[in-house]
Design a protein around this ligand. Structure first.
Ligand code: SAM
Length: 231
């Protein structure tokens, strides 16, 4: 679907100009802090056609392995999308950056061998709907790779996350929620988790609200009988 067609939809507009500029800078610091190693592991072994949802400023692009034939990168925010377009020119594999939202991916059913979400399922308005869309566009037997900050295991940090998510965090974080149970949402969407690693990033003495992370892979079952009608 051409870019201009996706941009005419009113529900495609996700624009957080202040957050987008903040993220463009903060993400560079996160790369220096080591998140890039997680991006490498997130994408290792991928091949074929890949859709990346909420690509931001395109920091995953240089980490795609050469076996990936092409990446369709969806990014709704205009500022981040233009940075992603620049990043795409440096990618080792063909990357096309288009406007779109997770709720309504501009892609055909089963068109991709894999989907990638990193630090995105915290921000989509409806995780179940976004993941249903991901399941729709990934072929049976295809993969979902995820790198997300998630709900804390410990009750104190989880309580702080709940408080922040009900107040300031989404307002200042471009719609981000610090403590979603994203792994449960991935499973509820019909994906089978095949690998998962839990880690803290950053790993300081005083835990940051978004420190608990997961990185992993899940498969859309071959005989997927989930209802794929999401529109
Ligand atoms: C924290 S940034 C992460 C960017 C990138 N994936 C990364 O790993 O650095 C969150 C991204 O989610 C995008 N986003 C927010 N709401 C979205 C939605 N409804 N659909 C798709 N992307 C969305 C934002 O525009 C932003 O690029």
């Amino acid at each position: 679907m051409p870019d201009d067609e996706t941009e005419t939809r009113t529900d495609n507009r996700v624009s957080h100009p202040i957050f987008a500029r903040f993220y463009a800078r903060a993400s560079a610091a996160m790369e220096r802090g080591g998140i890039g190693e997680h991006r490498d592991r997130l994408l290792a072994g991928l091949a074929g056609r890949v859709i990346e949802v909420g690509a931001g400023n395109g920091l995953n692009f240089t980490h795609y392995p050469p076996q990936v034939e092409r990446v369709l990168a969806i990014e709704p925010d205009p500022h981040l999308r233009s940075l992603a377009e620049q990043a795409a020119t440096q990618a080792p594999v063909p990357v096309e950056v288009v406007s779109g939202v997770a709720d309504r991916l501009p892609a055909a059913d089963a068109a991709f061998d894999a989907a990638v979400v990193s630090l995105v399922l915290c921000s989509v308005p409806d995780q179940a709907r976004a993941l249903a869309e991901v399941r729709r566009v990934v072929r049976g037997g295809g993969q979902l790779r995820f790198l997300e900050h998630v709900r804390a295991d410990g009750p104190r940090l989880a309580r702080l996350q709940r408080l922040l998510d009900a107040t300031v965090w989404p307002v200042f974080g471009g719609g981000c929620h610090s403590g979603r149970d994203t792994v449960a949402a991935i499973q509820a969407a019909g994906f089978q988790i095949t690998s998962i690693e839990r880690f803290r990033f950053p790993d300081g003495r005083i835990p940051f609200p978004t420190a608990p992370h997961v990185r992993g892979a899940a498969t859309r079952p071959d005989d997927d009988v989930h209802d794929t009608e999401t529109r």
